[in-house]
Design a protein around this ligand. Structure first.
Ligand code: ADP
Length: 274
């Protein structure tokens, strides 16, 4: 009788344990699948420019008596080599933000400096398209985090705003302090008047290698890794990145980060992933 009572008490516990184990296994499988996809994607992305370089070098050899053709092929080789370089650089950046705990090197970082740096990085691209960049609200605000990672995140958002906008439009960067349920935060919003993102794509643009229009992304030197880096940086700082967009009208990407000097009422990082 007693054994029965005990096993009756243990049984539900046992099934919960089994359920937990199964959930754990499913999660492990999911992570493994994501890793496999990533390797497959990287291989594919690397193969494209390498394949092009190999074909172009053959074309150069075949055309050595035609200086004009040699020049044309060499020019295209340069484009492919640049693509390869930026892809490898973004892979290095991604692995760095995934492996380093940003809060080990955290310090108060001035928002106006981050904004100026991000704008400098895009000045040339914006200039050729006559895109006006304007920033406001950043004076006196400081976020708590890893300077290099924060600069990379904001730089990516401003770069995208310029890349996915037509000529003679405006890119705005607005910073402000917000005190919300999530804590004492700094919000940095990057707004463009560009092509926008459809409802269906909005959920996916933060995935590694996801591009709405691969041809367009490639033309601007995109790798599909930028927003994955931004999302990772935001989450590991205990913040988040969100997007609002209207197709054909423009987009706003908003970074929320912990304010430097704010009392930490929760452990930063790992807690909230958008
Ligand atoms: P990419 O290197 O292709 O720019 P990202 O990860 O930065 O990669 O962005 C993923 C995709 O999201 C882009 O290819 C583009 O289709 C879309 N996207 C990102 N930012 C914007 C924006 N500001 N306006 C419109 N589409 C955008």
């Amino acid at each position: 009788g007693e054994a029965l009572a005990v096993s009756a008490r243990v049984a539900p516990l046992g099934s919960r344990l089994v359920l937990l184990l199964v959930e754990d296994l499913t999660e492990a499988r999911r992570i493994e699948a994501v890793r496999r996809d990533f390797v497959a994607n990287v291989s594919h992305e690397l193969k494209t420019p390498v394949g092009a370089l190999s074909l172009l070098s053959e074309a150069v050899l075949d055309a050595k008596d035609d200086p004009e053709a040699v020049e044309r092929f060499a020019g295209r080789m340069q484009v492919e080599a640049t693509r390869l370089t930026s892809l490898v650089q973004e892979l290095i950046d991604l692995s760095r933000v995934q492996n380093d705990d940003p809060l080990e090197d955290a310090e108060p970082v001035r928002v106006d400096e981050l904004v100026a740096e991000a704008m400098d990085r895009c000045r040339h691209a914006a200039g050729t398209k006559q895109i006006t960049m304007a920033a406001g609200g950043a004076a006196d605000l400081r976020v708590w985090g890893h300077r290099g990672q924060l600069a990379a995140a904001l730089g990516n958002l401003v770069e995208n705003a310029v890349n996915y906008s037509p000529s003679r439009t405006r890119v705005g960067i607005a910073a402000r302090r917000v005190q919300a349920a999530g804590g004492d935060l700094i919000e940095i919003a990057v707004t463009d008047q560009g092509i926008g993102i459809s409802e269906k794509d909005k959920e996916r643009v933060f995935e590694r290698f996801y591009r709405v229009d691969p041809a367009r992304s490639r033309a601007t030197g995109g790798t599909g890794l930028g927003l994955a880096i931004v999302k990772h940086v935001a989450a590991s700082h205990g913040g988040e990145v969100t997007v609002w967009s209207s197709e054909g009208q423009g987009s706003t990407f908003t970074l929320r980060l912990p304010r430097a000097g704010a009392s930490l009422d929760r452990t930063p990082g790992r807690s909230r992933i958008p």
